[in-house]
Design a protein around this ligand. Structure first.
Ligand SMILES: [Zn+2]
Ligand SMILES: [Zn+2]
Length: 348
């Protein structure tokens, strides 16, 4: 089979031919239909903290057709279209049976979606209803990540929500926050402080982000490099009840403390592998609650699929391109820079 393979940290990906997978007992082989490129895939090629290296095939946001089953697999048949929950887990322990595979003792992150075929386990497969496309199946994962964050945040009807970051997770939080009854949902673009030191907001890119944010359910969008805190406050009509940090760069917790109301909540969704500093006195003085959110439950994954199945059209605005395996290495590099793209899907 053909696959897009990691060559090592800080190296471009490469298309290679690998042996076709044959299923061991308990395995499921999926012909990948669509696989999303995730911001964390980019980080995996830049940061040793993720434990990925030469020879690995990335891709944890995928859906496809079941083409082979190992001995003993029940509940699936070849030809089934499935979305794969990328939380590799045993399926039998108390955490797995409670629908919380992220806390399974054998937990790992499933990859392998940047290829014609991927091997997974039956407990990670969710059968797609007729109404859901393979592209829908590939965006369930980021939707579930965002839904878990919103569920963890304690968001109440009528709340004022500020989202830092206009990428797929930030926009997916906007979608769920609006559905949960938030009165104001403002998405704030964050220029990556490291790569974009001048903190220049490129107007053309910001226009695309604004359109997408509003299409996903946001009531407002701000991209003001000169006065990020004031601009968000004006759009919200005050400080936020909840700030969702959906970027993961140092400095944003401190900014969020500034932007949240007294006794408000900061919900951390952005994955930051570098140390961050913030003034705990400023945080304590406001009695801010800081909550972290990782992954999702099986129920949340299914709820994201149910929302698409029930006709929610907003999340499809996340997808800005569908590309071949051959085009993947180049597009992957392009996504490291600020771009018009949001979620790019690979169709192997
Ligand atoms: Zn992801
Ligand atoms: Zn388990």
């Amino acid at each position: 089979m053909r696959a897009v393979v990691m060559q090592g940290l800080h190296q471009p990906l490469k298309v290679e031919t690998l042996p076709d997978p044959t299923p061991e007992a308990g395995d499921v082989v999926v012909r990948v239909g669509r696989c999303g490129i995730c911001g964390s895939d980019l980080h995996m090629t830049e940061d040793a903290a993720y434990g990925r290296g030469a020879g690995d095939v990335l891709g944890h946001e995928f859906a496809g057709e079941v083409v082979a089953l190992g001995r003993g697999v029940e509940g699936l048949a070849t030809g089934d279209l499935v979305s794969v929950i990328p939380l590799a887990s045993c399926g039998a322990c108390a955490s797995c049976l409670a629908g919380e595979p992220a806390w399974c003792e054998h937990f790992g992150l499933q990859g392998g979606g940047y290829a014609e075929y991927a091997v997974t386990r039956p407990n990670q497969c969710v059968i797609l209803p007729q109404s859901a496309s393979l592209a829908d199946g590939a965006i369930i994962e980021p939707l579930a990540v965002a839904l878990h964050g919103v569920n963890m945040s304690g968001l109440r009807t009528g709340g004022r929500v500020l989202i830092l970051g206009a990428g797929p997770i930030g926009l997916a939080v906007a979608f769920w926050a609006r559905r949960a009854g938030a009165a104001k949902v403002v998405v704030q673009d964050i220029a990556d402080h490291q790569r974009d030191r001048a903190r220049v907001v490129v107007q053309d890119i910001a226009d695309h982000q604004r359109d997408r944010a509003l299409a996903m359910g946001a009531s407002g969008f701000v991209a003001d490099a000169a006065d990020p805190v004031g601009a968000a406050e004006r759009a919200l009509g005050g400080k936020a009840d909840i700030v969702f940090e959906c970027v993961g760069v140092p400095g944003l917790i401190a900014q969020a403390v500034n932007q949240v109301r007294n006794r408000g909540t900061i919900l951390l969704l952005g994955l930051c592998t570098r140390p961050d500093t913030f003034n705990s006195f400023a945080m304590l003085s406001k009695e801010v609650r800081l909550i972290t959110s990782a992954f999702f439950t099986r129920q949340e994954y299914e709820a994201a699929l149910d929302a698409l199945d029930a006709g929610a059209a907003e999340p499809r605005h996340l997808v800005t391109g569908t590309i071949t395996l051959d085009a993947t290495p180049e597009r992957f590099e392009a996504l490291r820079r600020r771009t018009h793209d949001c979620k790019v899907l690979i169709a192997p």
